[in-house]
Design a protein around this ligand. Structure first.
Ligand code: ZN
Ligand code: ZN
Length: 371
């Protein structure tokens, strides 16, 4: 069986031959991997910047964390999945430490010790292999109609968790404690920073929830990403045409900034544009290369005088994967072809590193097995 693995000590990434995995516990499931998406984290692994940590006692890590697979064998105690089912695996595994209340409660995305593992990133083999074995409880079933776009489930979970946090934060306002989710979203305006896959999926989810959305990014107006935002009923503004300092004037009161660009200067400049009672959510991880100038007094004054909240979010819970699966169906129904347009190419395994370092496409996918 073919798999893509990274050897950190040798600083090498290559396609290798491995023995196919076997079902090891009665609750595990063997999958044929269909698609694996590539993202910025894979680029960092290929550059030996971050992640790529082999499991304990091993010298290499099988990469790939944004996977879509098909069940080919289910252990005798598996109750919810059977051969032929389309599934997406959850990435993070609990740290197992007694002092981590988050992992103990089943929410390792909030792990308090940092000793979690993530399949394909840190300490556990990933999914960029022809077959993988996974425990039933870490798999989320998708309807068959999501075969072509199901690989976007994991990147969509970033927005799912972020919006869940947004609702929690909105509910702190005393007159909204009992409000329904749709009441909390109603009439709100969001600014999305960045038009990569995380930003565009965020835009789709925010539009699906009924918010007015403006996407602000580097690319010129009129190009593919801008046209996609407009097809979703959003507005696209290019950093080349509109200075960050005039965003609130252009967009109106900004209730939510969904940061998905990983660019700290842009993010902190946009933070000064956040409206009263607004929420700013960081999802991007910038490099560690340089210091930036920040209008600290302006930002601090507004944070206080406008009751604002800034939060960061990483990873996602099982419930976010489940809502992503539902919302992919909803997005496909609302804007046919929009999700498909995010997948800019399907490639063979040996192109993993080249694509991980490239970034010119929106979402490049390794097509591991034909449907
Ligand atoms: Zn990713
Ligand atoms: Zn933990």
């Amino acid at each position: 069986m073919k798999a893509v693995a990274v050897w950190p000590e040798r600083r090498q990434v290559s396609v290798e031959d491995r023995a196919p995995p076997v079902i090891g516990s009665p609750t595990s499931v063997r999958l044929r991997v269909l698609d694996v998406g590539i993202c910025g984290t894979d680029g960092e692994i290929c550059r030996f910047d971050y992640g790529g940590t082999p499991p304990p006692g091993e010298d290499h890590l099988v990469v790939g964390h944004e996977a879509l697979g098909e069940v080919i064998e289910a252990g005798p105690a598996v109750s919810s999945l059977s051969p032929g089912d389309l599934v997406v695996p959850i990435v993070r595994r609990p740290c197992g430490r007694a002092d981590c209340s988050a992992c103990r409660a089943g929410h390792p995305d909030f792990c308090e010790t940092g000793a979690y593992t993530e399949r394909g990133i840190v300490g556990a083999h990933g999914f960029l292999a022809e077959e993988v074995v996974e425990e039933e409880r870490y798999l989320v079933r998708l309807p068959p109609e999501l075969r072509e776009v199901g690989v976007l489930t994991e990147p969509l979970t970033i927005a799912e968790k972020a919006l869940r946090q947004f609702l929690e934060v909105r509910r702190r306002l005393p007159w909204l404690r009992q409000a329904t989710d749709s009441e909390l979203f109603a009439g709100r305006t969001a600014l999305v920073l960045g038009a990569g896959p995380v930003g565009l999926l965020g835009c789709m989810l925010l539009r699906l929830r009924g918010l007015s959305v403006t996407v602000y990014s580097r690319g010129p107006a009129g190009e593919r990403r801008a046209r996609l935002v407009e097809a979703l009923g959003g507005t696209y503004l290019s950093t080349a045409d509109v200075p960050t300092s005039s965003l609130a004037e252009r967009v109106g009161r900004i209730d939510l900034v969904y940061e998905a660009a990983g660019a700290s200067q842009l993010a902190f400049d946009a933070l000064a544009q956040l409206g009263t009672n607004g929420v700013f959510i960081f999802t991007g991880v910038p490099g560690r290369k340089h210091h930036i100038q920040v209008a600290g007094d302006v930002i601090m004054r507004r944070l206080v005088l406008r009751n604002q909240i800034v939060l960061g979010t990483v990873n996602a819970d099982r419930m976010d994967f489940e809502s992503a699966a539902r919302d992919l169906v909803g997005i496909r129904k609302a804007w046919p072809g929009a999700l498909e347009a995010l997948i800019t190419g399907r490639h063979p395994m040996d192109r993993f590193c080249q694509l991980a370092g490239d970034g010119s496409g929106i979402k490049d996918v390794i097509a591991v097995s034909a449907p």
